[in-house]
Design a protein around this ligand. Sequence first.
Ligand code: BGC
Length: 732
Amino acid sequence: MEEKIKELLGKMTLEEKVGQMNQYNGFWDVTGPPPKVGNPKVKYEHLQKGWVGSVLNVAGHENVREFQKMAVEGSRLGIPLLFGMDVIHGHKTLTPIPLAEAASWDLQAIEKSARVAAIEASARGINWTFAPMVDISRDARWGRVMEGAGEDPYLGALVGAARVRGFQGKDLAAEDTIAACAKHFAGYGFAEAGRDYNTVDIGTSTLYNIVFPPFKSAIDRGVKTVMNAFNLLDGVPATGNEFLQRDILKDKWGFQGFIVSDWASLAEMTVHGFARDLKNAAQLAVNAGSDMDMESSAYITYLCELVREGKVTENTIDDAVRRILRVKYELGLFDDPYRYCNAGREEKLIYHPDHKKAALDIAKKSIVLLKNKNHLLPLDKNQPKIGVIGPLAGDKNSPLGSWRLGSDDNTAVSLLEGLKEYTHEIRYAKGADLVVGKASFIEEVEVNTTGKSGFKEAIELAKASEVVIMVLGEHGFQSGEGRSRTRLGLPGVQQALLEEVYQVNQNIILVLMNGRPLTLTWADEHIPAILETWHLGTQSGHAIAQVLFGDHTPGGKLPMTFPRDVGQVPIYYNHYNTGRPTPEQEVFWSHYIDESNQPLYPFGYGLSYTTFAYSDLTIDDTEDTLVVSIWVTNTGERAGEEVAQLYIRDRVASIARPVKELKGFHKFMLMPGESKKVEFSLERDELGFYNLQGDYIVEPGLFDVWIGTNSQEGLQGSFELKEERVKEMWSK
Ligand code: BGC
């Protein structure tokens, strides 16, 4: 392959090389602001000249074939195009939003879900997805938390790797695998105040220990591409950031694939006040290591000129082109540019029953039971007089979630439809609209803040019901890119509806659909049962109904802390201790005067219809590998799955370490009364961290260890990592 690339490079003119570094949107579908440069006519001409390396947002085997033909048959060297698209949680068959999937803590199911997405996307001509988003975020105000795996770098690294495996499969050249893209490098999830595209200002330790690990893990898993980010990091835009792209990604981590910019992020460097103009942006970005320009037309317009002026070397261009061609080779596009344009496959595979099955499986696993007082759940299948209230109960669109470019609207199984599979004894009152008018991916969602005319009917229904299922939350387009919120409660009149219904019937099961952690403090105090169902995708209604009626016992655990109040944000479990963590005196300690420090629901939290008891924590540190084990017993009356989580704390280090860090988890099923010894093996080198120079170090000393059902509960032990052990480890 390297030989062939060399040969091809040798034949390419500078213009053709630069063309490979140019990516255009597919002209009719836009996922960002319309570009200011370049009109469709020019873009077509460029395609035929071989001045385009990739297009995005073109899907469907016929469309893709048409574009590919222009590039392959129309251009001098016939280099095939890459077809990129945001295949975030499925293409047509939608699986849960990534944040929800992370709540499953089930890496196999997550991998399978990405596999399904790749099969459907590749059947429609797409050979490159802009996923997984591996940005860690601690801020529920940021709408894009729905697209990631939450707040923890350990879980995030494993989930990201599983998704890369799912998309790319074992053989990238197979017709049902696509190249993945770890994004957005780096820091994007730390946008100040949770406002999308905002500045990022984080410390070195957070960058190395929290932000980088999921990217590193994706790269170690062989992810073929990386996308840079819109944000400034310490005053330098990620797109023009040499430290991020060259020093870390390409040099330190040895990344062999290519880096694509984010949508028009080169052009935005001028707006940031970093580049003088678009030409300067092209120079800064390419020299910083950004290989492909998405929708700024900066490279295609200026790179040749910049090379001629000696501001960019041809070596830099060659390196970028080599990286891009490599991915094309690996996808098998040089053997068959139409590999992914097969009418038969598209017809056969879109919405395939197996995909629905996989989507249902992970949807059930993603549900988190937040509260279940007096075992209100599961419902008896003969339960009479069930009243269903809430705008999201009959909604077939919102459960599909955000970021679903290839999908068809209104294709989710609504909860009402799911419930009908169990019983026709259901009466429904909407209560209120969630939004006013039509909400779409490119329009701002207008929330209903006044319309309460449906309340009366809902209250009458609640009075006449034995149990009320209230289905509330966020519209599918209230989270995702550009959807930051300052308030995290139930939007619009929904909280009022909940409280008014509660006045007449307290037997409420609150089913939540949302794309981010919400503040549910009132609900937690009053409502007996709360089920977090996120936006679960195509099979949403079936999955939730199966959980409500006990055919599936919920076992999901929160991948992100739920605050009591938005004022606590950013709130996350792996924080530092501060010098004043406890109220040793009345006022002068690290706290709020109007709210507790505690979250409403901590990271890793989630209940089951059964209960689990943890006992007998033992630590064996005599061997090379540290083994920590515990017994877990199902003390309830139903079979259920538990996720046992292991956390550590390095008590004293040259850089203070967080109060807890997740270092392992096991998910397993236990029958009623059954006990199991759960064993965690930790290599000594898993006990280290990155120092301020970015070197991974392990320091001897005392460590605490906990194993438990979430990040706040668990049995605790401690062990010492002896100096000799550390020395021995490094000498090996
Ligand atoms: C997003 C990226 C996405 C790109 C192309 C941008 O607005 O930030 O994550 O891949 O659009 O759709």
